[in-house]
Design a protein around this ligand. Structure first.
Ligand SMILES: Nc1ncnc2c1ncn2[C@@H]1O[C@H](COP(=O)(O)OP(=O)(O)OP(=O)(O)O)[C@@H](O)[C@H]1O
Length: 299
């Protein structure tokens, strides 16, 4: 059960935007969908939602194809956003909830609950076009989940938001997952995906090039980062055999190593330079894995 995409392919003329893509998202999971610009994320979402017909393949939600009948179970925050600029916020959200079979009184209660939660209760009677981009995004998120869907698909939900609003939307999405929803979201921000998801897929030119748990991806990547904080210049240590990358930071440096034994060499060498304030061996970040995998696929 859950969301199952099997061998989905989408061609636009001769161009294959999504190529034989398969993925499974278990019920209750928060799943990250990553890929460079044009990799095929939005096209995949549109196929899942039935907004685009796939050239081949099948999509099911809890064992059934997604059709008009089960569409109230689904929520979608589209990349191109889809609010009516001239319509007032409350009127619009209630209308959208009703389309997904929610009774008016309940929809009104939910609208006010969400506007309060997002600290914009006074926007209920404003037209969408009067709101800033970030505040429109809050309304768009409310529109996608007000009817309490069991599957929520979010295309870049945090783009264009300031850090306070990112935090607000993240916590709302996490709470929604805790209530049992299955959530799939795309993002170019690997740190958001790392923070929120256990599992993910990385898409490149329409194909899945890495998928599974983020923890496994980190373990199998076989690289570590050594972070050293000290006042002395650490540039010379990048010449140590086994150091694959070196990044200066405001308070020291980070060294990428392919073998953990190099960490001991770095520790000994840095202690010779002076007083060490901090030394740690860190897992690779999802961003490093993404850059390495997508870069390798293009080499
Ligand atoms: N209607 C269409 N007709 C022709 N080509 C299309 C159409 N929609 C998308 N494409 C192409 O399919 C590819 C995948 O696009 P898609 O929007 O799915 O990528 P994406 O991963 O969502 O990108 P981004 O991160 O930039 O939003 C792109 O090369 C795009 O130009």
């Amino acid at each position: 059960m859950g969301l199952k995409v099997e061998n989905a392919t989408k061609k636009f003329g001769d161009f294959t935007a999504v190529d034989n893509l398969s993925l499974v998202v278990e019920r209750g999971q928060m799943y990250g969908f990553l890929g460079a610009n044009g990799a095929g994320k939005t096209t995949t979402f549109r196929m899942i939602l039935g907004l685009l017909n796939q050239t081949h393949g099948t999509v099911t939600w809890n064992g059934k194809p997604i059709t008009y009948a089960n569409s109230p179970e689904i929520g979608y925050l589209p990349e191109e956003r889809g609010l009516y600029p001239k319509m007032r916020v409350e009127e619009q959200l209630v209308y959208l909830a009703q389309l997904r079979k929610m009774p008016v009184a309940e929809a009104k209660r939910e609208v006010h609950k969400w506007l309060e939660r997002f600290e914009v209760p006074h926007y209920a009677s404003k037209k969408v076009e009067e709101l800033s981009k970030g505040n429109q995004q809050k309304i768009q998120l409310i529109a996608s989940l007000i009817h309490k869907p069991s599957l929520l698909i979010l295309d870049e939900p945090f783009s264009g938001l300031d850090p306070v609003n990112v935090g607000m939307l993240k916590s709302a999405i996490l709470d929604f997952q805790k209530q049992g929803a299955t959530i799939v979201f795309s993002s170019h921000r690997m740190d958001h995906v790392e923070e929120l998801c256990d599992d993910m897929s990385i898409l490149d030119r329409g194909k899945v090039i890495l998928s599974g748990s983020i923890r496994d991806a980190k373990r199998s990547f076989g690289k570590h980062n050594v972070r050293i904080k000290m006042d002395q210049d650490l540039t010379g240590l990048k010449e140590i055999a086994g150091v694959e990358a070196f990044t200066k930071t405001h308070d020291g440096a980070v060294f990428r190593i392919g073998n953990e034994s190099i960490a001991q060499t770095l520790l000994a060498a840095s202690m010779k330079l002076g007083d060490l304030r901090h030394f740690s061996i860190e897992e690779p970040t999802l961003e490093e894995i993404f850059v390495a995998k997508v870069g390798k696929a293009h080499a």
